[in-house]
Write a protein that binds this ligand. Structure first.
Ligand code: NAD
Ligand code: DEZ
Length: 377
């Protein structure tokens, strides 16, 4: 079996060594000619998978090491009986951790407690569901909007309509980018909806740039009426640097980039590949070990959470790297792509061991709910 894969998907050689001959390519080199004898193709969001890429090739299986699938023409794959797998869920934790890190930074800047904020979670699948679990553990009021899930679950499930959700202090987007159907999400946050958000509302976008009318958001940020943390952009890698300049936090589409998530994703693709071709499932690569221990003795939950979250992952470090984009003349797209390709994969909360002392021990259960390894003796 021959597989062509994006060379920037970590963990593939170990996951696929026993089942296939793997050709790792720069995504710019993944074209129809490169697939002339490939049985399978493994991609990231930067490779458009459609008839233009696959027609006339022997590819029988496509895996994307991503949750979002808007770069894949699923209708083409179905019509040509080409198997498909995504890795939805594998990177839910790092994205929810990114949002918590952004909330820790922005609430501190405003001098308010996390539990004083209400947060709209738009899309309550893998990422939104993980974020809801984090926020509810911290006593934050969540307004959850997910019409497809609400239709399946019935009104008792606690979802609200979009207009109600958009009254929150924070709007966090976790929907797929879709163009069709009753719940299409392209420009879900229209100019009118953005104008109706409360003054000072915080918009967090880790979904896809096209889910927001970026031009309207840019105007509202420029007037300082809204605040934003933005990880995903229209026209990546050629992003709007004016929008990035006006965002409180702007990062290069790395919310899901933890080492733990990348290895989960490669393991998941390995299992889906084996299932598709009728092979025995492979042994999963073990998760990487814990890295760091942090001793904490603060009594206050907000202070403890900020210390733990920002020690594990401070989103400002990634924002600093993107700020340099404005100073670059020419090659901005290459700089943005490079920040992603060369990203030093971070570790998840679970890799940080918290040693709680004094009053901090009272909050052991809450910190465990955020995923930290906690010792409280
Ligand atoms: N920035 C990153 O690194 C990163 C990482 C992971 C995912 N993502 C993006 O986030 C999206 C969500 O990821 P996920 O793993 O939670 O996907 P998911 O499929 O598990 O969840 C998406 C949820 O959105 C809901 N939904 C669909 N249309 C909606 C609408 N109009 N309004 C409200 N809810 C709607 C669905 O019912 C589903 O529950 C992905 O599609 C991807 O685009 C980005
Ligand atoms: O949809 C996803 O899973 C994320 O957007 C993902 O983290 C994007 O990463 P990429 O495939 O572009 O490296």
């Amino acid at each position: 079996m021959k597989i062509v894969a994006d060379q920037y998907i970590p963990g593939l050689p170990a996951a696929f060594a026993d089942v296939a001959e793997l050709t790792l390519l720069d995504p710019a080199a993944i074209d129809r000619a490169s697939l002339h004898d490939a049985d399978a193709l493994l991609v990231r969001t930067v490779t458009r998978v459609d008839a233009a890429l696959l027609a006339g090739t022997p590819v029988r299986f496509v895996g994307t090491a991503t949750s979002g699938c808007d770069h894949v023409d699923r209708d083409y794959l179905d019509a040509h009986d080409i198997g498909f797998a995504d890795v939805a869920g594998c990177n839910a934790r790092p994205v929810a951790e990114y949002v918590l890190s952004a909330l820790g930074v922005l609430s501190e800047q405003r001098g308010c407690r996390l539990a004083d904020l209400s947060v709209a979670i738009i899309g309550c699948g893998h990422v939104g569901g993980q974020l809801r679990a984090f926020l509810q553990a911290l006593g934050v009021t969540c307004l959850c909007n997910d019409p497809p899930l609400a239709e399946q679950a019935g009104t008792a499930a606690g979802y609200c309509d979009l207009a109600t959700a958009l009254t929150a202090d924070v709007i966090s987007l976790h929907v797929p980018l879709t163009d069709e159907g009753p719940h299409a999400t392209r420009h879900l946050l229209t100019s009118d909806r953005l104008a109706d958000l409360r003054d000072g509302a915080i918009v967090i976008n880790t979904a896809r740039g096209e889910v927001i009318d970026e031009r309207a958001l840019k105007a509202q940020l420029h007037e300082r009426r809204l605040t934003a943390a933005i990880d995903v952009w229209q026209n990546e890698p050629a992003i709007d640097i004016g929008l990035a300049a006006d965002a409180a936090i702007a990062t290069p589409h790395i919310a899901g980039y933890s080492l733990d998530a990348k290895l989960r994703a490669s393991n998941h693709l390995r299992q889906a590949f084996a299932e598709h071709f009728g092979q025995a499932p492979g042994a999963a690569q073990p998760p990487p070990p814990a890295l760091q221990t942090l001793s904490l003795d603060a009594d206050d939950l907000d202070e403890l959470v900020r210390l733990a979250v920002l020690t594990s992952y401070d989103v400002r470090a990634d924002a600093v790297a993107l700020q340099r984009l404005a100073a670059i003349h020419g090659e901005r797209s290459a700089y943005f792509a490079g920040l992603r390709q060369d990203y030093a994969l971070r570790r998840e909360f679970s890799s940080l061991r918290l040693h709680l002392r004094g009053g901090a021990r009272d909050h052991a259960a809450t910190l465990r709910q955020l995923g930290f390894a906690v010792e409280a003796n």
